[in-house]
Each structure stands twice: as C-alpha cells, then as structure tokens.
Design a binder for this molecule. Structure first.
Ligand code: GSH
Length: 216
C-alpha cells in the first residue's frame, strides 16, 4: 500500500496525535516537517493549518478526519471503536478536547507564556490568571473521566486518549499547568502511564513552537 504522508510538525499537538496513531498501528508513514501556513498546507487545507494527509489520490485535513481514515485504511488494532456506544464516546471526547480543552490549555493559557516570549517579552500574567480557573475546571473534568479505567473511553486506549496526551504534555510545560495536573491524581497517573508508550516517546517534539512559513 502507498505510504501515507503527513505534513505538519511534531511541535503541533494535532500533528503529533496523528503521528502517534500511525505509530500505534505500525503504519509506515512519512512526516514531512512543514512550517505553519506553508503553501504545501494550503494546497490541501483551505486555511493552511496542520496536519494534512496525502495518501495516493486521497488528500485530507482535520486531525480527526485523518485519524478516522488511517484507522479504517490500515490493519492493526483499531483506535476508533466500531461499537456504537464506544464510537460515540470517542467522538464526544475528541470533540470536547478539540473545541474546549485545547482552546483553554494551549491557545489561551500556554500561549500567554509562549507568544510574548517570541518577541522577548514577559508572560501575560493577566491572561494567565484569568484562564486558570477554567484550566482547573477542565482538569477536574478529565480527572473524573479517566478515574474508573485509566482511559477516556472503555478500558482500551482510543484516539480520544491519543488526541489528549500531546495537549497534556504541553500544558505541563508551564508552571501552574504542571501543578494542576499533578494534583489531579487520576489524570497524573493516566499521563504517567500512557506517556511511557513507545508511540508517545517516538513522537516527542523538539523544544519550541512550530516554525511559521515566511515567503522568501
Ligand atoms: N481542528 C484542526 C486544528 C488544526 C490546527 O489549528 N493546527 C494548528 C497547529 S496545532 C495550526 O495549523 N495553526 C495555524 C496557525 O497558527 O496559523 C485539526 O484538528 O486538525
């Protein structure tokens, strides 16, 4: 079968999740390191976001869509369950994490550290303090969700977990995020267990945010 090509960067949590899925399934894939908003991304994604997938004549954007396609196209363990209830729950957690948790943990909280520092400035303390109650609330939601089985859905790792783990990695790179996750015992144990997986280690991003495309 043709080798799927993922365009993006391991520094992007969404790209990392798709790469982790490939690692878990044993898919022979190629990650083409691509800066944010590069023309190669615009060739597939109307807004130039990452990741995008090229596989034969198939081109896709949106990490969950890419994950569904790869999960169905390649042999190996399934990470998007086919049983209706588990499939619904997987969709539920991916959706909540992508629409709410990512916005809170990464785009608001972590970016309040990272973005000012890119231009030599100080972390935006006001923005950090303003978002911390939401970070705590959402960590508590996730903590409760993984309490019973150590997975978000059923008793096995699904794409819901694969989608969340890169975000949990990033949020713990800022001081309050690390403390809040550590204090949430179930979530801390969940992260410790799954971050030991070879798929997580092999997709560990280099330091720093993804590069942004600059036209020559
Ligand atoms: N919902 C999209 C989100 C993709 C996304 O926003 N990716 C970020 C990197 S993590 C990006 O490309 N941002 C472009 C930018 O910052 O201009 C997905 O699941 O693939």
């Amino acid at each position: 079968m043709t080798r799927p090509e993922i365009l993006g960067s391991l520094r992007s949590t969404y790209t990392r999740a798709v790469c982790m899925l490939c690692e878990e399934k044993g898919i022979d894939y190629q990650l083409t390191e691509t800066p944010l908003n590069a023309p190669a991304l615009y060739a597939v994604h109307p807004l130039g976001r990452m990741p995008v997938l090229r596989h034969g004549d198939v081109e896709l954007f949106e990490s969950k869509a890419i994950a569904t396609y790869l999960d169905l196209s390649f042999p190996g363990p399934r990470f998007i369950p086919s049983e209706a209830r588990l499939a619904g729950l997987t969709e539920q957690w991916v959706s909540l994490v992508n629409t709410l948790v990512d916005r809170t943990f990464i785009r608001t909280y972590l970016f309040a550290y990272v973005v000012p520092m890119l231009t030599g400035g100080k972390p935006d303390r006001q923005a950090i303090d303003a978002v911390l109650p939401a970070v705590r609330e959402q960590v508590a939601i996730l903590d409760k969700a993984v309490a019973a089985t150590g997975c978000l859905v059923g008793e096995q790792l699904t794409f819901a977990d694969i989608n969340l783990l890169p975000i949990l990695h990033r949020v713990q790179q800022a001081p309050e995020g690390a403390v809040v996750v550590k204090e949430a015992g179930n979530l801390a144990r969940y992260y410790e267990k799954h971050s030991a997986r070879p798929s997580f280690k092999r997709t560990d991003p280099p330091p720093g945010p993804p590069a942004r495309y600059r036209a020559a």
